[in-house]
Design a protein around this ligand. Structure first.
Ligand code: FAD
Length: 436
């Protein structure tokens, strides 16, 4: 394993706060089932759970390492509104009615996530309270427009634009010009959520295998998926490996590119510091082209994450790099101990919108990928739509799967250069679209 991967894989907050002692066997036999799913993250487990809730339980999920090894066990735990970074990015493909449908479904993720935690009694620190943050008046104007949109989408929700001193009612930082409080958003311990969902899935009789990396897929009416020590034959397949796909299926591998995000978790902070830092003990992110995101956890830790702004590179020391960004926002945390520092890849699509569909000429081989760093809440609605496509069919599956997915040429050989170009473009266009 490379030195960078060792740092990305360093012990993290989620592994340290894992509440479910779940483990699943390695696949060592040959199984015949209805559906086989590759990847034990939010996409794989949620789609299987959606199918199980419809009575379709003859499913196998194959995970290369352990559940949550991917983004699902590394992320910021931010429960945010929407799907993709900007719905307008797909407007030209879906038309006016399609945009209306996408707008309707785009805010359903948080409700599904919370409903699932309630229904299955999942212990995952699900908490309401979100703030979108503006550094300047250009961004504040964007938040004013979002306030109207969010209120239209969720009329009963506590949504309020705060400016100047009002911000202190939710966040103790002097660097922001405005904050859009959205109590419909919030946070979750994503690994515990995933494991609770996996436990629910297993209770339906679906089977999960860990330490079972898929090494080969043979397509046909019955698809054969081979792991190192076993195989599964199924009528339907779902690729849900996202940023960990590693070119096993070139058709979809070529349609995303991995960028990386890095995070730290402080040791638990004194109650008085937390009262100052966030009276609502919320989750927050600014709205810049590359965001800082942070939240106060149940144990009074601050989780703080970000990604490189213009150039794509791996910081030498994730803890020091993130700590500096954290202190820019909260200078009074100078003495806070950093207990964990880790990171992970995020598969980005060209339009930063998640991709679902079937492989060309293979109507029984589905895929989902490309959340572009924004998959905790979106995966819950996207996989509901995907499961509809994999079972009875639906208009919203037809719509979402009709959006074309651009191929990213040179994604491996030119990765840092392509991402540096894309980030620079986003930063510059941010001055004109209210995001910078
Ligand atoms: C550091 C970081 C911070 C993030 N913060 C946020 C956030 O705050 N909010 C948010 O909404 N999103 C966030 N994200 C993004 C979010 O975590 C992802 O979008 C989400 O986890 C995608 O889920 P997934 O199930 O599609 O993929 P993953 O969770 O990555 O799961 C894919 C799984 O497939 C498995 N796999 C791969 N290849 C094979 C194979 N050959 N055989 C078997 N299994 C295989 C992998 O081991 C992995 O477990 C963040 C991501 C990172 C890395």
């Amino acid at each position: 394993m490379s030195e960078v991967w060792q740092r990305l894989d360093a012990p993290n907050y989620y592994r340290a706060t894992k509440k479910y002692d779940l483990s699943f066997p390695r696949l060592t036999e040959t199984l015949d089932v209805d559906t086989v799913i590759i990847g034990g993250g939010f996409s794989g487990i949620n789609t299987a759970l959606e199918l199980a809730e419809k009575g379709l339980t003859n499913t196998v999920v194959l995970e290369a390492r352990m559940l949550g090894y991917g983004g699902a066990g590394r992320n910021g735990g931010q429960v945010m509104a929407g799907i993709g970074h900007d719905l307008n990015a797909v407007a030209k493909h879906v038309g006016k009615d399609g945009m209306k449908m996408l707008f309707e479904i785009s805010n359903l993720g948080a409700g599904i996530l919370r409903g699932r935690a309630e229904r299955y009694g999942i212990d995952a620190d699900v908490r309401r309270g979100y703030g979108y943050l503006a550094y300047n008046q250009r961004q504040a104007a964007t938040l004013r427009a979002w306030e109207k949109e969010f209120r239209t989408a969720e009329p009963g929700e506590d949504i309020q634009l705060l400016e100047g001193d009002e911000i202190a009612s939710i966040l103790g930082s002097k660097v922001y010009a405005a904050a859009l409080k959205h109590m419909g958003g919030g946070q979750v311990n994503s690994l515990n959520l995933l494991l609770g969902e996996a436990k629910a899935l297993a209770s339906y009789g679906a089977r999960i295998f860990e330490n079972s990396p898929v090494v080969e897929v043979t397509y046909g009416d019955r698809i054969t998926v081979r792991t190192e020590d076993g195989s599964v034959r199924a009528s339907k397949l779902l690729w849900a490996a996202d940023s960990f796909l590693r070119n096993l299926e070139p058709e979809i591998y070529g349609k995303t590119i991995n960028t990386y995000s890095f995070q730290v978790a402080t040791a638990p902070l004194p109650e008085a510091v937390i009262d100052r830092l966030s009276p609502i003990r919320g989750a927050f992110s600014d709205i810049s082209p590359v965001i800082n995101y942070f939240r106060v956890t149940n144990e009074n830790r601050l989780l703080f994450g970000s990604a490189t702004r213009w150039a794509e590179y791996f910081p030498d020391d994730f803890a020091a790099w993130n700590r500096k960004l954290m202190l820019d926002v909260f200078p009074y945390l100078a003495d806070a101990e950093i207990e964990y520092a880790w990171g992970g890849p995020m598969a980005c699509s060209a339009n930063l919108f998640p991709q679902i569909g079937t492989l060309p000429g293979r109507p029984n081989a589905f895929y989902v990928q490309g959340y572009s760093g924004f998959g905790v809440t979106p995966s819950h609605i996207v996989c509901k739509v995907l499961a509809e496509g994999m079972s009875e069919g639906s208009a919203r599956y037809d719509l979402m799967s009709s959006i074309p997915h651009a191929r990213i040429l040179g994604k491996d050989a030119l990765r840092p250069a392509l991402l540096t170009g894309a980030k620079t473009w986003h930063q510059l266009s941010g001055f004109f679209n209210g995001r910078n």
